[in-house]
Write a protein that binds this ligand. Sequence first.
Ligand SMILES: Cc1cc2nc3c(=O)[nH]c(=O)nc-3n(C[C@H](O)[C@H](O)[C@H](O)COP(=O)(O)OP(=O)(O)OC[C@H]3O[C@@H](n4cnc5c(N)ncnc54)[C@H](O)[C@@H]3O)c2cc1C
Length: 269
Amino acid sequence: MIEQPAMVKICDIREESPLVKTLFFESSMNFIPGQFIMVWIPMVDEKPFTVSSIQKNLLGISVLKKGTFTDLLHQKRIGDTIGIRGPYGNGFHLQPELHSCVVGGGIGIASLATVIDTLPKITIIQGTRTASEIIYRKRFTDMRFCTEDGSLGFRGTTVDLLEDIVKKQQFQKVYTCGPEKMMFKIVELCKKHHIACEVSLDRYIKCGFGICGQCDCSGQRTCVEGPVFTIPELNTMEDFGRVALLKTGERVDVNNHRQLSYISIDNAK
Ligand SMILES: Cc1cc2nc3c(=O)[nH]c(=O)nc-3n(C[C@H](O)[C@H](O)[C@H](O)COP(=O)(O)OP(=O)(O)OC[C@H]3O[C@@H](n4cnc5c(N)ncnc54)[C@H](O)[C@@H]3O)c2cc1C
């Protein structure tokens, strides 16, 4: 549904890590895990964020400070207002009956937080560069951690840790969100082990409802047909893990362009 942003008042703020804050606000929006909303700061810009927390009418977005917009969100105080519209996109196809694993790289874990809240039988992997970037430690007490510098949990990437875990534990499904390079490797691993997998793709989103084409990935609009894609869908999307569009429309290597650090905590080498 195309709509005007609704102005909502920030009623609580939680510091999740030095660079991540969760901003809470009241909204009656019906949000499916994996969808996203457009957040508006008047006179500045409008950007996509997932809803990372749902408690009745209290929603939260977890924001990693990266550039101008997210810095301004970090400067917001309780009582300040932001605009929101949505939700947009398809969301994950949740299968509570399956034994599943959730793999979050960097702030990608925010997109998976409501999946974790919903599914009963779940193994949770969170990967970051270093221990101080880990979030939701009190919220999800049974997480498996991996850090690139070995400062917490398994030393290595989420891909390495998942590979290690699937040797001992059988999963029927993996839900993942993080840097595209990481998700590409997770998908390859799932194909090898015949595990179903859904990824939440991060592409540069402008309108959020499918008219501008900015978030195209091989003819799929991330904001409408995605952001969640299954392995059979990804198999038809040649650009997945290879090519992305800059905000200018220029096609560039998704793994090697300085303007493309969609989720900057890059646990994907
Ligand atoms: C479906 C979706 C859900 C997201 N959910 C979250 C979330 O829950 N928490 C979170 O912290 N971040 C999330 N992001 C990323 C977030 O939108 C960007 O970090 C934010 O827009 C950066 O803006 P900036 O001005 O601070 O940084 P900039 O300096 O403008 O950009 C920093 C990086 O963010 C990327 N980015 C900038 N604008 C956009 C945009 N319009 N769409 C996508 N990427 C952009 C750029 O490619 C760049 O690599 C999500 C992105 C998508 C596509």
